[in-house]
Design a protein around this ligand. Structure first.
Ligand code: KG4
Ligand code: ZN
Length: 343
């Protein structure tokens, strides 16, 4: 059988992503983001995101088809993120995918967003095939998860995740405390460039021995955010200028330290010498640098897809469905719905 031509739809958060793959080959990856509309609120507003998906979907599908030089009739299957994510946002993508599948009489695959992030690696141009097992660290504005991937299509174990804020959310909230614009990640990264990461010893969430016993692979960033808030308040009360560069560098170091330490602990515990990174926070220079350096020191190889495939996108959803088809998985029935808390 020739490799399946799959169109993937991703609308779990604020990116409307449409991707087209032929088997493991990426043909197009179109992304429309409503991030600008959320900027004035300092975070993603679910209602705004859902409405923006409605407006962006049709043009994004047309652009992706044109870029891949294929038509809707050429497609072998439709894939869509069914969860986890924002309920209203997911519903727009799921509704569109069902409509397309029924009207075109094509098989439909409902896939998990987090597993999709791992599949981004498959369609990374010119990369060697991903080897299993691998540990995956996914960090974005919506999730912070550590996974043990034994087989992409059938055996992905969630080792741990954030028990409060996602790492990207922490960047966004701390940026706000420092009067930096949204999205905060790139702003903190920039501000931190001139700062001393050792200037302030901010807390590393869930890293004390008693926490590690129960939450070895879980993350917590709300205590860190509160510690930064207290620091800023103290400066204001005492009339001192806020040392923005040092606060940004020290905060970033605390986040990066926990993420890398826990990911490498999972690699060591499970005897897995491979670590895959994904999610928009991977844009962080210090995170990539620390992961590469510390992994190399312990004999772990790190894989980082290009940023356009790390942030939410439709190509990873199409790629996962193409792998499911290759593994013989049957299509989903129309009985599924958007599931914001899909495990
Ligand atoms: O994956 P993504 O594009 O969208 C979702 O969260 O769904 O990730 C966006 C998040 C935002 O919270 C943003 O502040 C963060 O990724 N981010 C960064 C950087 N660039 C984006 N965080 C830290 N450092 C960066 N350079
Ligand atoms: Zn994501």
């Amino acid at each position: 059988m020739t490799e399946p031509l799959v169109l993937g739809i991703e609308t779990s958060c604020d990116e409307t992503g449409i991707g087209i793959v032929r088997g493991r080959t990426l043909l197009s990856n179109t992304i429309a983001s409503s991030m600008d509309e959320h900027a004035r609120y300092g975070g993603v507003v679910p209602e705004v995101a859902a409405r923006a998906h409605l407006e962006a979907l049709q043009p994004a599908i047309e652009a992706a088809l044109a870029e891949a030089s294929v038509t809707l009739d050429d497609l072998d299957a439709i894939a869509v993120t069914s969860g986890p994510g924002l309920a209203g946002a997911l519903m727009v993508g799921v509704g569109a995918a069902k409509g397309l599948a029924v009207s075109l009489d094509k098989p439909l695959y409902a896939v998990n967003h987090l597993v999709g992030h791992i599949a981004a690696d498959i369609v990374t141009p010119d990369s060697e095939p991903l080897e299993y097992p691998t540990i995956a660290l996914l960090v974005s504005g919506g999730h912070t998860s550590l996974l043990h991937v034994k087989d992409l299509t059938s055996d992905v174990e969630l080792l741990g995740e954030t028990i409060d804020d996602a790492a990207g959310e922490a960047f966004d909230k701390v940026a706000r405390l420092l009067s930096l614009p949204y999205p905060g990640g790139p702003e903190i990264d920039r501000a931190a460039a001139g700062g001393d990461p050792k200037a302030i010893r901010f807390p590393r969430g869930l890293s004390k021995p008693q926490d590690m016993a129960k939450h070895r692979y879980d993350f917590s960033f709300s205590g860190l955010k509160t510690a930064v808030a207290r620091w800023v308040e103290r400066c204001e009360t005492e009339g001192d200028p806020i040392p923005v560069a040092d606060v940004a560098a020290s905060f970033r170091e605390a986040v990066v330290d926990v993420l890398v330490t826990k990911a490498l602990a999972a690699c060591a515990d499970r005897g897995v010498p491979r670590l895959l990174l994904g999610g928009g926070v991977i844009a962080n220079r210090r995170l990539r640098e620390a992961a590469l350096d510390r992994a190399a020191a312990t004999g772990v190889t790190v894989r980082i897809p290009p940023l356009s495939l790390c942030t939410d996108n439709g190509a990873m959803i199409a790629a996962l469905a193409a792998d499911l088809i290759a593994s013989g998985r049957r299509p989903s029935t129309l009985a599924f719905g958007a599931d914001s808390t899909l495990p």
